[in-house]
Write a protein that binds this ligand. Structure first.
Ligand code: PEP
Ligand code: MG
Length: 584
């Protein structure tokens, strides 16, 4: 009897690492230990304690092995992501209590480990900030590792052939261990685009989609899967038609990439000679080669807060200089704009601060202006990396002139401190602010008097302008890039900024949306800073149009009253002019 054909299941998740893959599913089952409570005889207690000690030692050994592997494969910086777990294993507060409780309560080690670590875990899972929740994953991983070793079981992470790894949740350690096999892609239920495992997957250039509802329950070992790391679509048991469509898409994508590669070293210039800067947004040093290969005009946004991932304390000035220099050297003579730490909001926080409304809270420049020493450390580090004059500094979440003036005072203070020690730096380092709070947009002209450039952060600007939380799925349909208010606001910022004689760029995701390119060009944007994978597409559009034509498009859009109207119009132009370029 032939098996009934499995039906096709389509899931939509969050695209986390680009690329398209097709292959068989390998379901990664985490060891979920079943733990029973057992009362020990008095004479058993010592043996239990030494069993616990050995399991912790074995867990450390395992983690060190993974750490060494990560260091070899990805370098020291990425390996550090695993330090968080090693630190937990050395945490005296947790483990002294665990030993003490086994001794006093005379209960089996598995039960006490599960119970004690479980308490911390529950607290961390409930935290509002992503950083603490990410640490909860680390803690869970460590607990399961110790329990597995107590139960003397081995971790199964080897598989035959090339597969797409599907799991509920992958820790950074899981991602690394699994990558010793031939992994075509990762698909998980849990995880944000900035989780440690995603950062590692991206560094290893493995296509990844996260946030896929129940994918681990819906996919089975050996099922065929198609995963699109650009759009976040995953198809389980694709029909022949879907396979054909994706194979065509993959081929088209590859052909298109080949065609685009010829553009890499040409300027981002319209047919009638209007030149703009086309830069890249970057988070990891591992992306530098790719950014250069894509022919970027430098880096328009380096999200420096990524340096804080997996860290207990802020990196020292020295550590920061090393990192910033890697970027400045690799891209010289092109410019690298380093944004000072943008922590708070939904991003990591070094200390647990509970805020009812974190997006409207202690975030970005507000934090750094309060943490004077840390701010000065970072500014000195940025200055010290600027000796070749290709580094600029940018402040996030600015909402008033006063904040900019204060931030600049810190910059001057950092300069004086370096001068006092005869340390070299670029005294004329360019300073910019992000325009991502509506108040900053309203005073763009005044801001321009204070700085050298403005960079529009549409990701936040849209959420604050439209009162739509950028990470709340319930209102995601209201988060509209092409809302007429957004478009008119952009025009205002660009015009006012230019009136103040500074250049105006954009580093929010909208800059990398091909549907927006002609409009933004026509609005007069001087710089587009986009995810590195989108550089060729955006350049192709810019190089294929006249500036006058783009201005005409912008004028038409500015007169429209609904997002639907604007999108329909822009889609029509894109379909006519650029049928090859995928548009949402
Ligand atoms: C933005 O808000 O548009 C931006 C680029 O910053 P981030 O996404 O890091 O908040
Ligand atoms: Mg922002």
């Amino acid at each position: 009897m032939t098996e009934p054909k499995k039906s096709e299941i389509i899931l939509k998740g969050i695209p986390a690492s680009p690329g398209i893959a097709k292959g068989s599913v390998y379901l990664f089952r985490k060891h979920e230990p079943t733990v029973e409570e057992r009362i020990l005889e008095t004479e058993e207690v010592e043996r239990e304690l030494s069993r616990l000690e050995q399991s912790i030692a074995r867990s450390k050994k395992e983690l060190r092995k993974i750490y060494d592997f990560a260091e070899k494969k990805l370098g020291n910086n990425q390996a550090k992501i695993l330090e968080a777990q090693l630190l937990i294993l050395d945490d005296a507060i947790i483990f002294d209590t665990v030993f003490e409780r086994v001794r006093k309560e005379k209960k089996n080690a598995e039960y006490i480990v599960q119970d004690e670590i479980g308490k911390y875990h529950r607290l961390m899972v409930a935290a509002r900030d992503e950083y603490t929740r990410e640490r909860a994953n680390d803690l869970e991983d460590v607990r399961n590792r110790i329990l597995r070793n107590l139960q003397e079981q081995r971790l199964v992470s080897k598989f035959e052939g090339a597969n797409i790894v599907v799991g509920q949740n992958l820790s950074a350690a899981d991602t690394l261990i699994l990558s010793r096999n031939e992994v075509l892609a990762f698909a998980t239920e849990i995880g944000g685009a900035t989780s440690h495992s995603v950062i590692l997957a991206r560094a290893m250039q493995i296509p990844t989609v996260v946030g896929l509802p129940h994918v681990a329950g819906k996919a089975h070992d050996g099922d065929t899967m198609i995963l699109d790391g650009y759009s976040g679509m995953v198809v389980i048991n694709p029909s022949e038609g879907t396979v054909r469509r994706y194979e065509r898409k993959l081929k088209e994508y590859k052909d298109f990439e080949k065609q685009l590669s010829t553009l890499r070293h040409l300027p981002a210039e319209t047919l009638d000679g209007h030149r703009v800067q086309l830069a890249a947004n970057i988070e990891l040093a591992e992306e530098l080669e790719f950014v250069k290969m894509q022919g970027a005009d430098g880096v328009g946004l380096y999200r420096s807060e990524v340096l804080l991932l997996g860290k207990e304390v802020f990196p020292s000035e020295h550590e920061q200089v090393q990192q910033y220099k890697v970027f400045a050297e690799a891209l010289y003579p092109k410019q690298v704009i380093i944004r000072t730490f943008d922590i708070g909001g939904d991003k990591l926080m070094m200390q647990a601060v509970s805020e009812k409304n974190p997006f409207l809270g202690w975030r970005g420049i507000r934090v750094m202006l309060d943490k004077e020493d840390l701010f000065l450390d970072q500014l000195r580090a940025i200055l010290r990396a600027s000796t070749r004059k290709n580094v600029a500094v940018m402040f996030p979440m600015v909402s008033s002139i006063k904040e900019v003036r204060n931030a600049k005072k810190f910059l001057e203070e950092a300069k004086s401190q370096l001068k006092a020690k005869d340390v070299l730096f670029d005294d004329k380092i360019k300073v910019g602010v992000m325009v991502e709070v509506p108040s900053a947009a309203v005073i763009a002209e005044d801001l321009a008097q204070e700085v050298d450039f403005l960079s529009i952060g549409t990701n936040d600007l849209i959420q604050y302008l439209l009162a739509v939380d950028r990470s709340n799925e319930i209102v995601s349909s209201l988060y509209q890039e092409f809302h007429p208010a957004v478009v008119r606001f952009l025009r205002r910022i660009i015009e006012r900024g230019k009136k103040g004689e500074v250049w105006v760029g954009m580093c929010g995701e909208m800059a990398g949306d091909p549907l927006a390119t002609m409009l933004l060009l026509g609005l007069g944007l001087d710089e587009f800073s986009v995810v590195p994978t989108m550089l060729p597409e955006i350049k192709k559009i810019i190089r294929s149009v006249h500036y006058t034509e783009a201005k005409h498009v912008a004028d038409k859009v500015l007169a429209m009253q609904t997002e639907d109207e604007i999108k329909t119009y822009l889609l029509r132009i894109m379909k006519e002019k650029f049928p090859d370029i995928p548009t949402g």
